[in-house]
Design a protein around this ligand. Structure first.
Ligand SMILES: [Fe+2]
Ligand SMILES: [Fe+2]
Length: 285
């Protein structure tokens, strides 16, 4: 027996810190197009933060809700369901292209966990809509967004920039929705999804600076144009939710301003400046 004291190690995402650092080291000869260490850390973080909806949420009888509120959350929920559903399927078919383009299995590891997140989001919103008495369905007018975001030229790059906007917009919405006039199930669901979306933004913060550095004049112009169209489309279609937003405490103007401001700050942190993209003006309905 020795009197040597065993000092408990600090844990990072449920893993002892020295083991965490060891596991985050990229394999020799891996791609230098992306930061493999940061991606592996994010992969480990994502694995440790996976959650089961039935552990977090109570799937018993829905709480009673005034009819007017219920109708509003069905309209918001249907759009959110459409965007998450579209995000899940787009991610599924872009995952291979993205890891090929960035020549990185680290990207594939991490994006596989993001796929699981998006599937959980679709599942939960589907459940939420059913609890409100609505049939979850895909709103076809949004299909144009996935076409612009992941088809045509520079599709991997364009998809990543589009995701930066959609994740920022979703986060701004969820931050407001969880404290808006909503039932307990909706509140817990929004808080859980928001935590996942933060990781998705983190991924883009890791890879996009390197992607930007490799853009040439043509790809830069193409991406800026397509991003402007996506944001303009969002600004336009969200006008029909202005009144609903006022009723539950999600002012549309503030929501869009917050999402645009966060985008500007992110581009500033990438070193390309706040005016890297042209942002549409926000008009009232
Ligand atoms: Fe999501
Ligand atoms: Fe996401």
């Amino acid at each position: 027996m020795t009197n040597q004291e065993v000092i408990p190690q600090r844990k990072i995402f449920n893993i002892e810190s020295t083991l965490f650092e060891q596991l985050a080291a990229p394999m020799p000869g891996m791609s230098t197009r992306v930061n493999g260490t940061k991606l592996r850390k994010l992969y480990l973080q994502s694995m440790s933060q996976q959650w089961n909806p039935t552990d977090k949420l109570v799937f018993s009888e829905p709480e009673p809700m005034p009819e007017k509120l219920r109708d509003i959350w069905i309209r918001f929920g249907t759009i959110f369901y459409t965007l998450e559903e579209m995000g899940l399927h787009t991610l599924n078919h872009m995952m291979g292209a993205a890891s090929n383009k960035l020549a990185s299995d680290d990207v594939a590891f991490y994006l596989s966990t993001q796929c699981a997140d998006e599937a959980r989001h679709v599942f939960l919103i589907e459940q939420y809509l059913s609890r409100l008495g609505a049939r979850p369905h895909f709103d076809r007018k949004f299909r144009i967004l996935s076409r612009i975001a992941s088809q045509g030229l520079y599709r991997v790059e364009n998809w990543m920039f589009s995701t930066l906007f959609s994740e920022n917009f979703a986060s701004a919405f969820l931050r407001r929705a969880r404290s808006a006039e909503i039932d307990g199930f909706g509140q817990t669901m929004c808080a859980g999804i928001l935590k996942d979306e933060h990781r998705h933004i983190h991924f883009l913060n890791i890879v996009l600076p390197d992607v930007i550095e490799r853009l040439n004049l043509v790809s830069r112009t193409y991406i800026k144009t397509s991003q402007f169209f996506i944001m303009k489309f969002t600004e336009h279609v969200s006008r029909c939710l202005e009144e609903d937003g006022k009723c539950v405490g999600i002012p549309r103007q503030e929501l869009l301003e917050e999402a645009f401001e966060n985008m500007k700050k992110t581009y500033e942190s990438f070193g390309v400046g706040r005016d890297f993209l042209v942002f549409p003006s926000i008009r009232s309905a």
